[in-house]
Write a protein that binds this ligand. Structure first.
Ligand code: HAM
Length: 533
């Protein structure tokens, strides 16, 4: 046999399998129902977008955009960079070499156009011009005496004008897409604010570790338009806490901060002060923070390096330097949270790693996750819609890391099981509320049709059912039922079918009863107990 290597999921991605997926569905349906009670509607945006959307919103200089985005290939773009590199290098190269390179590029561009991989409207006419001279230039290339000057200029102009199309990126987050969709679908014409939630995969090329994946899932919500009242910030945080409460997730900590406006009298003024203070002690920081002092001093506050913590504590605090109106906004936010009975911790170092934030920022951390313990991050981003070409618009939102949320729920279930002396199990509280699994043990060729009909009726009534596709001996059938974790076996032999009296065996306690067929479903409904597995 040929030795075929096996495929594996790409680094940083993973399969989600039953029974865990039941927990994922439970989390998602809880989000839908809680967010629905706050009058949010669902939005689904594409999983890839034009790269520049993220550069302009999340920020070109952020780690997410500069290092972690999964970019989709642009046909011929490497080839064009290669040619430009040679042109710029100043290495003496003959006209003939360039004509060959340009010619080959144009031939490939024609192929890409035929496959629809480069834009047609902008390139069609240009490449038709190339096609009309293609044979003439080809014959020049095999004629050593031909003067190539004219063809060189002609091809160079074509290459310069070819439109290779836009660069796309797998979305690293959802806020930028929601703002793009708000503008594109003229949602500012609806009653404001527009309240939207989303869930789905996001992609970041980070170094994978526990709780950090390259494809991960977020559940997010955004409030766009209307006012920037702190009551909106508080309500969205209340919605989050209600959601976590409904999931019974304990031990969460909410950190809040205000990072002010982007202008001189507010955050920019603070950044100058911060840079000045950092400049005096820069030699005591590690390489990463030292670099950030120049590029983005706010991010130094994020540092987790143990030897930098005491230094950071000596730095000026943002909340002491923001302008009066941002201070007032922050003070009201705190009162609003107290009013709703929400506990929070003020964390002046919470600056977040995305550029679009202003004023309120918040993060929620959970237990049992190690270093990747942020389960949710969010904040206010007034002005982002305008930055993306829309009208002046207020905005605030959050995104929950669903993978981390689920890890934390599982960790909590394990701890609870260990404390109650029960064996640690991966059984989620979710699967245990499913109706019991019924295994149909049919024996005798003539009973199969009845088994199929019974399975259909039971499934219609909402019970999960397994029917073996081929006949099994009684002992084997019960063994199989047991392995699958079935709660009941419906035993259908020739006698049962002809009498119309079916046998239902409870596989947990071994008891069994005989029932007329029409009473089966009602009986199961009254005794339906949780699944064993
Ligand atoms: P973020 O803090 O970049 O914010 O991500 C939000 C959450 O996504 C994090 O707290 C974390 O739980 C999860 N997360 C991020 N990266 C990974 C990863 N590689 N693996 C697993 N989980 C991860 C945003 O994305 C903003 N769009 C949130 C927002 C919405 N702000 C306003 N509206």
């Amino acid at each position: 046999m040929a030795n075929r290597s096996r495929f594996q999921a790409a680094r940083g991605t993973r399969d989600l399998l039953p029974p865990d997926t039941a927990m994922w569905n439970h989390v998602e349906s809880t989000a839908r129902s809680v967010f629905g009670t706050y009058n949010f509607g669902e939005i689904r945006t594409p999983e890839f977008e034009v790269r520049d959307l993220f550069a302009r919103s999340v920020g070109d200089e952020t780690d997410i955009v500069s290092k972690e985005m999964f970019l989709l290939e642009i046909p011929l773009s490497d080839y064009r960079s290669y040619i430009e590199g040679i042109e710029l290098s100043g290495i003496a190269t003959t006209d003939a070499t360039f004509v060959v390179l340009y010619f080959k590029f144009c031939v490939e561009a024609v192929e890409e156009l035929k496959k629809g991989r480069i834009p047609s409207s902008s390139n069609k006419e240009l490449l038709e011009r190339f096609e009309s001279r293609r044979e003439e230039i080809r014959s020049q290339l095999i004629d050593a005496r031909a003067d190539l000057k004219n063809s060189l200029e002609f091809l160079r102009e074509i290459i310069r004008n070819i439109d290779l199309g836009e660069q796309f990126a797998l979305r690293p987050e959802g806020t930028a897409s929601v703002c793009r969709a708000y503008i594109e679908n003229s949602l500012q014409q609806l009653p404001q604010p527009v309240k939207l939630y989303y869930m789905g995969p996001m992609f970041r090329r980070e170094r994978p570790q526990k709780g950090r994946y390259r494809q991960f899932y977020q559940i997010g919500a955004e409030v766009l338009g209307g006012q920037d009242s702190p009551a909106i910030d508080a309500e969205i945080i209340e919605m989050l806490m209600t959601f976590f409460d409904k999931l019974n997730l304990k031990g969460l900590e909410l950190d809040i901060n205000s990072i002010g406006h982007k202008d001189k009298s507010c955050r920019l003024g603070y950044i100058e002060k911060l840079r000045e203070a950092l400049g005096k002690i820069s030699s005591r920081f590690g390489e990463d923070s030292a670099r950030r002092i120049d590029t983005n001093p706010l991010r130094v506050l994020d540092s987790k390096a143990p030897n930098e913590q005491a230094l950071i504590e000596t730095l000026p605090k943002i909340t002491d330097h923001i302008c009066d109106s941002c201070k007032a906004h922050y003070e009201t936010l705190k009162t609003q949270l107290q009013l709703r009975g929400i506990f929070y911790r003020e964390n002046w170092r919470l600056v977040r790693g995305l550029d679009y934030y202003m004023r309120t920022t918040f993060e929620i951390t959970a237990k049992g996750l190690g270093s990747q313990n942020a389960v949710c991050g969010g904040g206010r981003y007034d002005g982002l819609v305008e930055e993306l070409g829309g009208p002046p618009t207020k905005g605030i939102g959050f995104a929950i890391g669903e993978d981390r949320l689920i890890l934390s729920l599982q960790e909590q279930a394990r701890e609870a099981a260990a404390q109650s002396g029960g064996e640690a199990s991966d059984q989620s509280p979710v699967t245990s509320h499913q109706p019991p699994l019924i295994f149909i043990a049919w024996m005798g060729h003539n009973t199969f049709a009845t088994a199929v009909r019974a399975a259909k009726d039971l499934r219609n009534a909402g019970f999960p059912v397994e029917v073996p596709p081929t006949e099994l001996k009684f002992g084997k059938a019960l063994g199989q039922a047991d392995k699958l974790g079935a709660q009941f076996a419906l035993i259908l032999g020739e006698d049962e079918v002809s009498e119309g009296m079916w046998t239902l065996k409870n596989l947990t306690d071994g008891s069994q009863i005989k029932l007329p067929e029409p009473e089966l479903i009602d009986h199961l409904r009254t005794i339906g107990t949780p699944r064993r597995r």
